[in-house]
Design a protein around this ligand. Sequence first.
Ligand code: SF4
Ligand code: SF4
Ligand code: SF4
Length: 278
Amino acid sequence: MTASANSNNGKVKTAVFKFTCCAGCQFALLYFFDQLPETLELLDFVYFKMARRKELDEPYDLALIEGGVSTPEHIEQLKAIRKQAKTLVAFGACAAHGGVPSIKDWQRELAVEERVYPDPLLINSIKVSPVDEFVKVDHYLRGCPIDEVEFMELIRSIASDKSPYIREHPVCVECKLRNNICILLMREGVQESMCLGPVTRAGCRAICTSNMRACFGCRGPMSNPNIPEMVRTFKAKGFSAKDIEMRFTEYAGMSTEFSEGARAYYGRKAPYYHRKAA
Ligand code: SF4
Ligand code: SF4
Ligand code: SF4
């Protein structure tokens, strides 16, 4: 069941929740009030801590979940939100794939904590996971941060009880539609040309490669990506094992597909998940 346009005088009652992340996708949402006023008019925000002081004291139909899950408390909060929300959206790369915070999952937990905290024994952190590891996700808004066109498409679809357009194809399609020169083919062994566009889901209009920067895969894997071929190409172009692991784990390393790419060189069975979720 999805949230409908009739939830509240034609507006969808919406709550925004933040878990482990930089809050950049909520910042993007604040900008959308200027950029997409007609779309934001479709929503009635009953809880949006970054925009209003109001506490959560009324029901909601649509939950926008920003950030990954990194504590046992997060899991319980998330399950409670799922019970309440008719529609739950993974809002940004951190919620969809673990995002930048999940880089720590590829290192030893204690080594990461000792680098940041004077007393790691006080920290109760588990591996950083995407929200769909614990609850059903109805829709994904990918990217770091989310994209305004996709946001507009999704909110209009939810408000009119229609299915949103899902892009199954890679960033390369959008890149070539913009007549870009392929930086992956252009240069050998240069970090800026280590482009994940062939295996990354489209929807950003190839913003990085259009500015001569490699795609870092912030939107996560496309449908059925050929990961072994991507790894083989990177190896053939002279990139090191460490380079390849880092590229696959910067934004969506907790996705099955990109973790396969990251492990390909080292042959690890799994990232370092030292503390299990409750
Ligand atoms: S996806 Fe990127 S911008 Fe959004 S909360 Fe995560 S780190 Fe921040
Ligand atoms: S630059 Fe990257 S996204 Fe563009 S065509 Fe080449 S590999 Fe694909
Ligand atoms: S080109 Fe790649 S890294 Fe850049 S915004 Fe698009 S998906 Fe993200």
